[in-house]
Design a protein around this ligand. Structure first.
Ligand code: NAG
Ligand code: NAG
Length: 231
């Protein structure tokens, strides 16, 4: 059920969310933090992107130094933009500049939930009428996960009580380093790994097998199809 793919391509999604609002910064308390979005970056060198931000603000502040002091964050990798302390008229001037796509006052965000089941209104605790029961505990469902591999010894993948895989299953259990045929079971019904075209430095520290070195694939696979511990 699990493949061992591209260790170097696991995406760490880094969400830069400003969870708080800076209301006082610099000398003028009437200044507020604005997010200035400039779209695609025009330079590959992050230093040049930041320099262009300073340049853009210099006429508004009258000096490069003051412009620099007003910038709180400079966004220079995925896109071009910056967060800066401005008063209303400065924000207005900036928003009218041809290279500026938007100037938005900073706002406060809070996490919706850290409990997805509750957030979705799912009653996972009820033995008789809960979601898991309605879904027949996932009976006969095969879930494939493309990720960093799997750790078969994890209790989440305990096969106790499981019958054989559904007849329609055509997969295989590919073995390799620290991953023998016994690592597949009636729970982990198949596993493959893919490492062709990877350099030895890409593969450093990795098992040449479906075994999970960094834990990411084990986490996602057990989230999707792990044993329920809640009863
Ligand atoms: C914003 O700051 C500039 C420069 O200090 C000043 O000239 C302007 O009057 C200020 N505008 C507001 C609305 O405070
Ligand atoms: C998985 O395979 C390895 C290598 O053959 C073995 O040492 C380990 O005990 C196996 N684990 C399970 C849960 O079967």
């Amino acid at each position: 059920m699990n493949s061992r793919p591209f260790s170097s391509t696991i995406l760490a999604a880094i969400l830069c969310i400003q969870l708080f609002q800076l209301t006082v910064y610099g000398s003028d308390a009437s200044n507020k933090l604005y997010i200035v979005y400039l779209g695609e970056k025009r330079h590959n060198d992050p230093k040049l992107v930041t320099a262009s931000h300073y340049e853009m603000l210099t006429p508004i502040f009258g000096s490069k130094e003051e412009a620099g002091n007003s910038i709180v964050y400079s966004y220079k990798h995925g896109f071009s933009g910056f967060a800066t302390m401005l008063n209303e008229s400065q924000a207005q001037i900036l928003s009218e500049m041809p290279d500026v796509i938007s100037v938005t006052p900073n706002s406060k965000f809070t996490a919706h939930t850290t409990r997805s089941w509750d957030f979705l209104g799912l009653d996972y605790n009820s033995k008789d009428n809960g979601l898991l029961q309605k879904a027949n505990y996932g009976e006969d469902i095969i879930i494939g996960v493309i990720d960093s591999g799997i750790w078969p010894e994890s209790e989440s993948f305990d096969a106790t009580g499981y019958g054989p895989a559904p007849k329609r299953w055509r997969g295989i259990c590919e073995t390799g380093a620290s991953f023998g045929a016994s690592n597949c079971s009636n729970k982990i019904i198949g596993a493959r790994w893919y490492a062709k075209d990877m350099s030895s430095s890409d593969l450093k520290g990795e098992y040449l097998s479906p075994r999970d070195d960094n834990g990411h694939g084990t986490h996602t696979a057990s989230t999707a199809a792990g044993k329920a511990f809640i009863f």
